[in-house]
Design a protein around this ligand. Structure first.
Ligand code: TXA
Ligand code: MG
Length: 344
């Protein structure tokens, strides 16, 4: 199958292209969609066969449920039951935006979308092309991140084409993703609400909106054999290039000395802006500004993809801060590193 690349920026064909994508969704096809977080692999959430194909294309485990993308907070009562006032309050504050809410689902959402769970994850993405697509399709769009399972999520249309070109009908190109990491997931089906995955809306922001918020242990560490995270996806290996990733925590000098002392052929470094010359390594890439979590979030996945090449065997990464959006950066990098962190 030839995958259409449909431009939506700097083109007169924008509306025509979004319409084409909507036709594909309505027919039960697959379209990769731009969002402010990462690209999603979208299909009509109401079409079981299309949803089944999402899992096949990604190589995604069947027990890992999908997020549905909707046009507004009004959709909550359309697809969910017992929606608490807090959900509308959060939607008012953070939608459209990088926040996904888990709520009890109603019978209209097929079990395949939720992997048999009786809750559904819902989000309203902050991207004009995808908002228009949802409107024109007239259905909620189920979409996981548009990467092959286990790889970093795509933040450009080119990343999506690299992973799944030839396997889906189209990619809607909406430019580079602004946030760069997947949405924050909050479970509102439990009390107190529980953070399942950190993202662009911080734990601090959620606590100031809701008061008490629990944090799922899977956010901070790899769970043991008998433990189950509430977001099934948090248990899988993620975001990993072929090389081994190790996080080095310490000052620039200490990290630089450590890397020099342990250099071997095939060593790469993920550092901060302006530090590229400070390391003895074959490749040195910056993933953002030191102390600026938003910029680190935006580029982390793109850099991990760049370092996913045969000649790179070991990647040392400067440790990000873990406050605010930094918690999401730290969470994704820790997963890429299989939680290997060395204090230097
Ligand atoms: O920013 C994002 O959230 C992106 C864009 C495309 O919207 N989507 C995304 O989807 O990251 P995905 O499928 O890669 O991650 C969804 C996560 C998985 O960890 C999954 O287990 C969890 O959400 N999830 C989905 N439905 C759930 C539910 N009902 N209860 C708990 N966790 C759920
Ligand atoms: Mg994903």
């Amino acid at each position: 199958m030839e995958t259409l690349l449909l431009a939506t920026e700097n083109t007169r064909q924008r509306e025509e292209n979004i319409l084409k994508a909507a036709e594909i969704i309505k027919r039960g096809g697959l379209v990769a969609i731009p969002t402010e977080t990462v690209y999603g692999l979208g299909a009509s959430a109401l079409n079981e066969d299309a949803v089944k194909r999402i899992f096949e294309v990604k190589g995604r485990p069947q027990d890992n449920p999908l997020i549905i993308h909707v046009e507004s907070a009004e959709a909550l009562n359309k697809w969910c039951r017992n929606v608490p006032d807090t959900a509308f309050r959060l939607a008012e504050m953070f939608w459209p935006g990088p926040l996904t809410m888990v709520l009890p689902k109603n019978e209209l959402i097929p079990p395949r979308v939720t992997a048999g769970m009786d809750t559904v994850a819902v989000r309203c993405p902050d991207h004009p092309a995808t908002m228009r697509l949802i409107e024109l399709s007239g259905v909620p769009i189920a979409a996981p991140s548009a990467n092959i399972s286990g790889k970093p999520s795509p933040t450009t249309a080119a990343h999506v084409m690299h992973d799944i070109s030839g396997k889906i009908e189209a990619v809607l190109d909406g430019g580079e993703c602004r946030v760069g990491l997947e949405s924050t997931i909050i479970d509102l089906s439990v009390s107190p609400p529980r953070l399942l995955r950190p993202g662009g809306i911080s734990l601090e922001q959620l606590r100031s909106a809701l008061g008490e918020v629990d944090v799922d242990p899977a956010v901070f560490r790899k769970l043991g054999a008998g433990e189950k995270p509430k977001a099934p996806g948090m248990k899988y290996t993620h975001y990993s290039p072929e090389a081994e990733v190790i996080i080095l925590k310490g000052s620039l000098d200490a990290v630089s000395n450590y890397v020099s002392a342990h250099y071997e052929k095939g060593t790469a470094v993920l550092c901060f802006d302006g530090e590229e010359g400070a390391f003895r390594a074959d490749v040195c890439l910056s993933y953002g500004k030191n102390g600026d979590s938003a910029s680190q979030a935006r580029y982390l996945f793109a850099r991990l993809r760049e370092l996913d090449r045969k000649d790179i065997k070991l990647i040392y990464a400067r440790a990000p801060e873990s406050e605010g959006v930094g918690l999401a950066v730290f969470n994704r990098l820790s997963k890429a590193a299989g939680n290997t962190i060395i204090e230097v």
